[in-house]
Design a protein around this ligand. Structure first.
Ligand code: SF4
Ligand code: SF4
Length: 162
């Protein structure tokens, strides 16, 4: 298999694990799995302001979670963590709740506060991505059924090369 294709297959397998691992809704739940702001990939800009990661806009006050001088702005970090509250009603009706990948970055409109409209504008994209992963999951589950011979020979090659 071409290394380029192998990369795509490995990514699909990883997604398959995530999709396959879903166990449905919990009694108290939230969509997506945003990071705990500041815990995973804290970013410090050149003037000492703190942001949850390098992917968010440093021009946006809404994404700033403190400064080196004053420490963490726990209130704002908490708003980013609980970004699900912005669209609570829509999320409760959304089939993608368990597979949502939205974080506060999607709700950043470049102002002081997170934007519900900005967040909702990304929902179609998030749902399309989840839909595609579910399709891949089903496809990969069907491969051994329809291509049993090829799967067997692939397994043999792998066990020899290991
Ligand atoms: S992209 Fe979002 S979830 Fe990922 S590290 Fe940045 S703020 Fe956190
Ligand atoms: S796609 Fe939008 S509406 Fe659906 S769970 Fe995610 S944030 Fe909520």
């Amino acid at each position: 298999m071409s290394p380029i294709v192998q990369y795509a297959v490995d990514a699909a397998r990883y997604d398959e694990l995530l999709i396959g691992a879903s166990r449905g809704l919990r009694g108290v739940d939230s969509p997506s799995g945003p990071c705990v702001p500041g815990q995973m990939r804290l970013l410090v800009d050149v003037v000492g302001r703190l942001f949850p990661c390098e992917r968010v806009s440093e021009r946006s006050a809404a994404m700033c979670i403190g400064t080196l001088d004053k420490g963490f702005d726990v209130e704002n970090a908490s708003r980013l963590l609980n970004v699900g509250r912005l669209t609570e009603a829509a999320c409760k009706q959304c089939w993608c709740f368990r597979y949502c990948t939205m974080c506060a970055r999607g709700a950043d409109a470049g102002s002081d506060v997170l934007s519900t409209d900005a967040k909702l504008s990304f929902c179609e994209e998030v749902r399309a991505s989840a839909y595609s992963k579910i399709r891949q999951h089903l496809f990969l589950k069907e491969v051994p059924l329809f291509y049993a011979t090829q799967v067997r020979s692939t397994n043999v090659e792998r066990s020899v090369s290991i």
